[in-house]
Design a protein around this ligand. Sequence first.
Ligand code: AMP
Ligand code: MG
Length: 349
Amino acid sequence: MTKIFNIDPRNFKDCELEESAKILNEGGTVAFPTETVYGIGANALEEEAVKKIFEAKGRPSDNPLIVHISKEDQLKELAKDINKNAQLLIEKFWPGPLTIILNKRDKVPNCTTGGLNTVAIRMPSHRLARKLIGLSKVPVAAPSANISGKPSPTKGEHVVKDLKNRVDGIICGGHVQIGLESTVIDATGEVPIILRPGGVTKEEIEEALNMEIKVDPAIEGYFKKDLTPKSPGMKYTHYSPEAQVVIVTGNLEDTAKKIIELKKDAIEEGKKVGIMCTDETKEKYDGLVYSMGSRKKISTIALNMFHILRLFDETDVDIIFAEGIESAHLGSAIMNRMTKAAGYNIIKC
Ligand code: AMP
Ligand code: MG
């Protein structure tokens, strides 16, 4: 049985978190909101607790977890060899949506790190999340609180749908603030490498470090089959709704024309079609159309994208045609998730 806690993230008392903190402290699992997406947490230092996360999500065991901390003191307990760049990243972006890969200490169990010698660590900026971790008195491993392969949850109701009766507790705390997972950066070497684009952009990191950083080329997609991603999670299919997703990129006018043409063909083949677009073009389409938000405010697109992918699961569409987003700043993280949801099925026009 899963205990559901409804808590207002802007106005809560510590005592409302006591029961869920106790569950975490005693080796149980609790899903909770963070600023990026909802996470499913367990004591990162206890192998049996961490195994429950993998079971609940159906997550492959070689896909390591991000360990969430509430204060900087916890960092040295988990990681070693923290170099100058790592220190700068921490000062500049924590608490916030940046996960830093560092060499792990022996006490971090192998199942938390998928057998790697490194550990991924993040301090969330979400006040409720940090309070919960603090009260639990343990570092909290917490991947996204969805069944593996499904779109990440951005609202309590998404988590309840996926994980009810698979975890000990779920804290429903409204809508998350960003809607995309954290940026993952490997800071073990001299030049940091982005392993997954996310809430903090490459541009922001380069400005903070005053240097050019690298991006793992495997991020770009599985069509470069000879590349093994440095972040094991990047090799799995992700974020997929039930229907097939096809992304159309190009200038907006041509993209809309192409989508209308593709829709006509698909209907002739007897398929039910959905369209995922932006405010700028939504008037051009008819039928089942969801806008992710305005291209002029890319953060709204980040916030809505996973929710809209999930909305299509409540319909009977067979195929979704989605407009691509310009791949700069937050747009590159959005496109990374969308192209994975589409299984890299992209039409350029
Ligand atoms: P999730 O928690 O589901 O948002 O995914 C966490 C991401 O961080 C996955 O892509 C993992 O592969 C990646 N990750 C976690 N730990 C490590 C690590 N030690 N080295 C490289 N990537 C990691
Ligand atoms: Mg995930």
